[in-house]
Design a protein around this ligand. Structure first.
Ligand code: PLP
Length: 383
């Protein structure tokens, strides 16, 4: 058994970002400044979009997206139940109602047919989540949105590198939202980005993210001299700091290198687990690029003596950190109490919720770490 606990989702941090953070601290420019601007420019190029707005989280990006497209009380927004709370909470904080939809059993992504069933005269938008880094079937979703006059905001928290039929995730709808949280494919500690090709949306997000102060208010203390600002919305404090961007500007150029390493680990896991009593992730669909963010094993609890939570405990005992992505949102008390959801409403998401386990999948993992994970999983499942 390994001696040291393998932390789930621990990011690979290299010397250049450490030096850059130190340089930011020494420069005295800790808050939003030139490095944030540089990171936005880099991300914009990477995603091939006109505008990229750095924020302090993907949650902030999702929230501002909802406000920017005009979600207001009484509006409904379609959200997969198989996602993180932030996707639905962004709708709620804008005053809207998240309407949950089931997912596909193989891809775990939002089920397009169920989207159609849940559309009402109050529906305004869809938030597809590219789950675990696997791009959603965007041609079906774009078609539904077009036919029903709905906006699309992509939750691409897991999917920085993903592509669907040659087009990058986050660029199909009005706005794409990304996360650089510590477990994500590239990190800034906490951090997020909203991307769009719509200038009005870009300006609104920029202003709403910094107290509602007029454009480029962050420059008011620069060497160009003090500038007055005007408050044009009741905005939020969602801006990214230069200390965060200092990490991001060194992580982003390594995004493909890290992706390749995670793909290697992914393939090793697939091979190692193929004859065990588990369901390994579905094959990557043709003409798509998977971002390999989460490696989710589905424990075959019908054939095993242990359940998923016992499996988690067994992994922890063997010093391997694990995660659960996710217990579907409609199974959580808040959404049940507020909207009347209950177990039985979304059978596929529930089937996954009861079985899913995420294994470590970070570019930081050594071959020995991967061996340890494989050994632990094999030992537990062969008992
Ligand atoms: C699907 C999904 N959406 C949104 C978020 C929120 O991202 P952040 O932590 O950057 O706010 C996460 C974070 O884990 C996520 O997994």
């Amino acid at each position: 058994m390994r001696e040291k606990f393998l932390v789930f989702g621990s990011p690979l941090i290299e010397q250049s970002e450490i030096d850059e953070v130190v340089a930011s601290l020494k420069s005295g420019w800790l808050g939003t400044g030139p490095k944030v601007h540089q990171f936005e420019e880099m991300f914009k190029k990477y995603k091939r979009v006109k505008y990229a707005m750095a924020l302090n989280s993907c949650t902030a990006a999702l929230h501002l997206s909802m406000i920017t497209i005009g979600i207001k009380p009484g509006d409904e927004v379609i959200v997969p139940t198989m996602t993180f709370a932030a996707t639905a909470n962004a709708v709620i904080h804008a005053g809207g109602k998240p309407v949950f939809v089931d997912c596909e059993k193989d891809t775990m992504n939002i089920d397009a047919e169920d989207i159609e069933r849940k559309i009402t005269h109050k529906t305004r938008a869809i938030i597809p989540v590219h789950f675990a880094g696997r791009p959603c079937r965007m041609d079906s979703i774009v078609d539904i949105a077009r036919r029903h006059n709905l906006k699309i905001i992509e939750d691409s928290a897991h999917a920085i590198e993903a592509e669907y039929k040659g087009k990058k995730t986050g660029t199909f709808g009005e706005i794409g939202c990304f996360s650089f949280y510590v477990t994500k494919n590239i990190v800034t500690g906490e951090g997020g980005m909203a991307v769009t090709n719509n200038e009005d949306y870009a300006n609104k997000i920029k202003i709403l993210g910094l107290h509602g102060m007029s454009k480029d208010a962050w420059k008011r203390f620069s060497d160009e001299g003090y500038r007055h600002y005007q408050v044009v919305y009741s905005g939020f404090k969602y801006n990214m700091m230069d200390i965060q961007a200092a990490i991001g500007i060194h992580q982003l150029p390594r995004v493909e290198k890290y992706w390749k390493r995670r793909k290697e680990i992914w393939n090793r896991y697939n091979k190692a687990f193929k004859n065990l009593r588990v369901f390994t992730p579905a094959a990557v669909e043709p003409n798509t690029k998977h971002a390999y963010h989460l490696y989710t094993l589905l424990i075959d609890i019908d054939k095993l003596k242990i359940n998923r939570d016992q499996f988690l405990d067994e992994m922890t005992k063997r010093n391997i950190g694990v995660g659960v992505h996710y217990i579907a949102l409609h199974l959580h008390p808040y959404y049940q109490k507020t909207y009347g959801y209950k177990r039985g409403d979304f059978p596929i998401a529930e089937w996954i919720s009861d079985r899913t386990v995420s294994l470590p999948l970070s570019a930081k993992l050594t071959d020995k770490d991967v061996d340890d994970v494989i050994e632990a999983v094999t030992e537990i499942l062969c008992q």
